[in-house]
Design a protein around this ligand. Structure first.
Ligand code: AMP
Length: 115
């Protein structure tokens, strides 16, 4: 039995995704249930289950991940209007997929505070 999450399967190309960016460090693809006109998920190819685990990661690897999130947002044309980056962590953070991912949300004025 595999413990692969849906994102492991997307990374292995076992299930399809609308990929917008890929390199040796990250994969970015459109969220299947978009919450904004642009809603893209960025996952690191180094596998961390959740944000909290970055505390034990190599700082350079963490830095590359966040740099790529910014690169993807720029490539989506969001720099001018702005956007939000969200990482849900654990139960109360409403994390539903146990594979670290950053949401990039843009294309409309987002409200604050989040629910
Ligand atoms: P989170 O609640 O932060 O764990 O976010 C998980 C996100 O993954 C949700 O926004 C889902 O809509 C999204 N999602 C789940 N399955 C897929 C899929 N097959 N392709 C793209 N996005 C997905």
């Amino acid at each position: 039995m595999s413990n692969d999450t849906i994102f492991d399967k997307i990374l292995k190309k076992q299930i399809p995704a609308a990929v917008v960016y890929e390199d040796d460090q990250v994969l970015a693809f459109r969220d299947i249930t978009p919450q904004a006109p642009t809603h893209v998920l960025v996952i690191p190819k180094l596998r961390w289950e959740r944000f909290a685990h970055l505390a034990d990661a190599q700082a350079a690897d963490v830095g590359v991940f966040f740099q790529r999130v910014a690169t993807v947002a720029t490539s989506l044309g969001l720099d001018g209007s702005g956007y939000r980056v969200v990482i849900n962590n654990g139960r109360d953070g409403q994390q539903t997929v146990e594979y670290l991912h950053a949401h990039i949300l843009g294309g409309r004025a987002l409200t604050w505070p989040p629910g």
